[in-house]
Design a protein around this ligand. Structure first.
Ligand SMILES: *[C@@H]1O[C@H](CO)[C@@H](O)[C@H](O)[C@H]1NC(C)=O
Ligand SMILES: *[C@@H]1O[C@H](CO)[C@@H](O)[C@H](O)[C@H]1NC(C)=O
Ligand SMILES: *[C@@H]1O[C@H](CO)[C@@H](O)[C@H](O)[C@H]1NC(C)=O
Ligand SMILES: *[C@@H]1O[C@H](CO)[C@@H](O)[C@H](O)[C@H]1NC(C)=O
Ligand SMILES: *[C@@H]1O[C@H](CO)[C@@H](O)[C@H](O)[C@H]1NC(C)=O
Ligand SMILES: *[C@@H]1O[C@H](CO)[C@@H](O)[C@H](O)[C@H]1NC(C)=O
Length: 198
């Protein structure tokens, strides 16, 4: 039989481990409860688990940090939440072809490891945050077919030269202004930006 103090130590360690590992689970769970999920694709997103790495549509690295969220064509509606910017290790955020609405939180610009931001074919509105210009790892940015407005921040275009941005699709929104499609070698531009009423 273990002594009471040993049991206490065990419980204290367990509590520490649980709290530490569920941080990113809390972030995703905070998002889940804002979403409507008629197809129940988030059924396995159980906040009582030690980490979100066994949840469907979530991938972790070997340290149990979330690297991918794959929720394309999942029937989801509702907003993106600023807390998503806390998923420090996220590389792929694939949430295309849903009914996600509201604006893109500027906190998405904190996801410095992001390689792909795919939000095409949703109902997003508002401006494209200039903070996305900080995503120098970003290779693919697809925001096409939403209701985004305003002018495209120059910081985004600067990623083409200074970062890794390879595919940028902003077509089929209500964005203001036109952009000359430059096409340096190897840069697969699919950007088509038009005056809303042109
Ligand atoms: C995300 O980070 C912010 C700022 O550090 C914090 O206020 C917020 O509570 C975090 N969100 C979650 C769900 O932990
Ligand atoms: C996972 O990320 C959180 C911060 O978001 C960090 O506190 C934790 O230590 C990371 N886990 C590992 C195993 O690196
Ligand atoms: C998003 O859609 C929900 C209904 O699905 C609506 O209640 C909400 O007002 C919408 N939000 C925005 C910012 O359009
Ligand atoms: C954009 O907004 C218009 C009018 O509010 C709406 O009819 C249309 O379905 C929206 N498109 C998208 C992709 O959200
Ligand atoms: C980009 O990150 C820096 C810190 O690294 C921060 O000071 C700046 O505000 C960020 N830019 C935007 C547009 O958010
Ligand atoms: C669109 O661009 C024109 C010319 O640059 C500017 O006058 C106007 O304020 C812009 N509108 C919006 C909604 O950004």
């Amino acid at each position: 039989m273990g002594s009471p103090s040993l049991l206490f130590l065990f419980l204290a360690v367990l509590a520490f481990v649980t709290v530490d590992c569920s941080y990113e689970g809390d972030v995703l769970y905070a998002w889940k409860i804002k979403l409507e999920d008629p197809n129940n694709v988030l059924k396995s997103w159980d906040s009582s688990l030690a980490n979100p790495c066994t949840w469907s549509h979530v991938t972790c690295n070997s340290n149990n940090n979330v690297t991918r969220v794959d929720l394309g064509n999942a029937g989801l509606s509702g907003p993106l939440i600023p807390d998503l910017g806390n998923l420090t290790f996220l590389q792929y955020f694939e949430v295309f072809e849903n009914k996600i609405n509201g604006s893109i939180p500027s906190e998405i610009g904190k996801l410095l490891k992001l390689v792909s931001l795919d939000l095409k074919y949703n109902h997003l509105s508002g401006f494209i945050p200039e903070s996305l210009g900080n995503l120098t790892s970003l290779r693919f940015m697809r925001l096409n077919h939403n209701n985004l407005t305003g002018t495209v921040p120059k910081e985004i275009f600067q990623l083409i030269g200074s970062g890794n941005l390879w595919t940028l699709d902003l077509s089929d929104n209500d964005l203001n202004g036109t952009v000359r499609a430059t096409n340096p070698i190897g840069f697969a531009i699919t950007t088509v930006i038009q005056d809303p009423k042109a």
